[in-house]
Write a protein that binds this ligand. Structure first.
Ligand SMILES: Cc1cc2nc3c(=O)[nH]c(=O)nc-3n(C[C@H](O)[C@H](O)[C@H](O)COP(=O)(O)OP(=O)(O)OC[C@H]3O[C@@H](n4cnc5c(N)ncnc54)[C@H](O)[C@@H]3O)c2cc1C
Length: 484
């Protein structure tokens, strides 16, 4: 089939049965028409349309190594530095479509499965042939251009003990039994962003480490979202049918769900790691999946910082505040974030090298630094918009006011510097959707946590970073004696 168009994504979405709970409603009928999903489904279909646009063929696709048909470029297993940069180019095109507001565009997990398949030997062939499974799964996803969601984290019941020590040992998803057909899984995982996906990957967290007690939880597998016994329990939707009032939420609310496995059978060919804490602990880094996911995340973060820098500038200009030095300084803070992220990305591309699996891989040092800096820097984006927009962010009446008797007052008192009221309100609504609405609040939370707990990520970074040369320089200095 190869790289698909938006229409084909929507058709598959609507014909794939899945158990999705939204409040007291089990969603039936066309998912693409449900108010919680219609906006995001349309946006994802736009991404696939961008990909299949003939003029974007070289930017977004490459010939499949098995069929020669064009497939999505995020599946490309890079062999040269140019391939690594091509991956960046394709990701940026998708990221710019949402101003970086969509975390889980398909390239995020495509990058992960691409890297893991390239490192298939890591998964081993003892007992079952997990190496063949991961390669086969990657090819299946690539050739059918499937959209993946994923879930890494155990339910947040009691974090003071691991999954095996919870009051109910089946709180976190774990192996219930193994039979001739596969592995039966019971329990739950969180948090699957984008439950309108075609498939779900259940993998170990990049941060949480499993011990021997956690054997039944140390698993990795993938399933179609239609698998029997699989349920998605959604949060309240932030979507809206008014693009004017909620320009981002109406298009980009990806939705997040807790995933319940009610004795779900995972066929053997979809099992990648089984009761193997050692492999579970290492999988992201040993396969370099984390590097390729971080490359995708950094590209998106750049798109977001650039978009918000543009928006903050327009907000300032709209009210004539752009002349004030402290306002300029605040916009500059965002520009510096954007430029720092670009420098990390560029450096990781420039120092790309062939990894032990034969894949040209961005340098982990700068890209892991970007991964750790971003959760600290990203909240600044919203803070700056609030500092510049101030009360204007609350002078954003709902769309209906433009059709009301109050229109004349609105035209008179809501205008900006050289800008009519309607345009000014539109700009400030966009700023509020980035910085303060439910959608904006979720964005901030997402940026803090989507790649794992930033505190434990920082501890891992501290342990991993080679600080010895710096320490040695200090020791040298301390040993240095002033010449007489
Ligand atoms: C909007 C959003 C979307 C997400 N989408 C996805 C997704 O698509 N797929 C997915 O798999 N995950 C997703 N996540 C989950 C993400 O991976 C987690 O938020 C992240 O790994 C942190 O885990 P947690 O939320 O369970 O926090 P917790 O682990 O419960 O941490 C809560 C607090 O306790 C502290 N804490 C807990 N345990 C420890 C410890 N052992 N040592 C030190 N401090 C500790 C943390 O520092 C934090 O302050 C998403 C999260 C958000 C917010």
């Amino acid at each position: 089939m190869g790289a698909r168009e938006g229409r084909s994504f929507l058709e598959r979405l609507d014909r794939t049965p899945r158990t999705v709970w939204y409040g007291n409603q089990k969603i039936t009928g066309k998912v693409s028409e449900h108010p919680a999903f219609s906006g995001i489904a349309k946006t994802i279909s736009e991404l696939y349309d961008i990909q299949s646009e003939p003029s974007n063929a070289d930017l977004m696709t490459y010939p499949s190594p098995t069929t020669e048909e064009r497939v999505g470029l995020s599946f490309l297993q890079p062999k040269t530095p140019a391939d690594v940069s091509k991956r960046t180019g394709m990701m940026k095109r998708w990221a710019d479509h949402s101003g970086g507001m969509l975390g889980r565009t398909p390239d995020y997990l495509n990058s992960s499965i691409m890297a893991m398949a390239g490192a298939s030997a890591f998964f081993g062939t003892e007992g079952r042939d997990y190496a063949t499974n991961i390669r086969g799964y990657y090819e299946y996803v690539r050739e059918n251009d499937l959209l993946l969601t994923h879930t890494l984290i155990n339910p947040q019941v009691n974090r003071s003990v691991g999954p095996s020590k919870q009051a109910d040992p089946f709180t976190a998803a774990r192996v219930l039994e193994k039979n001739s057909e596969g592995v039966v899984v019971r329990g739950a995982r969180m948090l699957a962003t984008l439950p309108i996906a075609d498939e779900i990957m259940v993998f170990p967290s990049t941060v949480i480490r499993s011990g021997q007690d956690d054997m039944p939880y140390a698993i990795a597998f993938a399933l179609p979202v239609s698998a029997k016994g699989l349920k998605f329990i959604c949060r309240e939707s932030f979507a809206s049918d008014s693009q004017y009032d909620h320009p981002l939420a109406s298009r980009f609310d990806e939705q997040d769900a807790v995933v319940v496995f009610e004795d779900v059978l995972v066929p053997w060919d979809r099992v990648f790691i089984l009761e193997d804490p050692e492999r579970a602990n290492k999988v992201s880094e040993a396969t370099d999946a984390i590097v390729f996911m971080a490359q995708q995340a950094t590209v998106r973060e750049i798109a977001k910082a650039e978009f918000v820098a543009g928006l903050a500038t327009i907000v300032a200009e709209t009210i004539g505040a752009d002349q004030f030095p402290h306002v300029q300084e605040k916009v500059t803070e965002i520009l510096l974030i954007a430029e720092s992220m670009k420098a990390f990305l560029r450096s990781s591309e420039a120092n790309a090298a062939v990894n032990r699996w034969g894949m040209m891989t961005p340098d982990y040092v700068p890209i892991n630094s970007a991964r750790n800096l971003w959760p600290r820097a990203a909240p600044t984006l919203a803070v700056v918009l609030k500092q510049i927009g101030a009360s204007g962010l609350m002078a954003i009446p709902p769309e209906g006011i433009l059709e009301s008797e109050a229109r004349a007052d609105v035209d008179r008192y809501y205008q900006g510097k050289g800008v009519g009221a309607e345009e000014r309100i539109k700009t400030f609504k966009l700023a509020w959707d980035v910085a303060g609405s439910s959608f904006g609040g979720r964005q901030e939370l997402y940026e803090r946590f989507f790649f794992g707990d930033p505190v434990r990520m920082a501890s891992a970074y501290y342990a991993w970073y080679n600080k010895e040369p710096y320490k040695e320089r200090v020791r040298d200095f301390l040993r240095r004696e002033r010449p007489e």
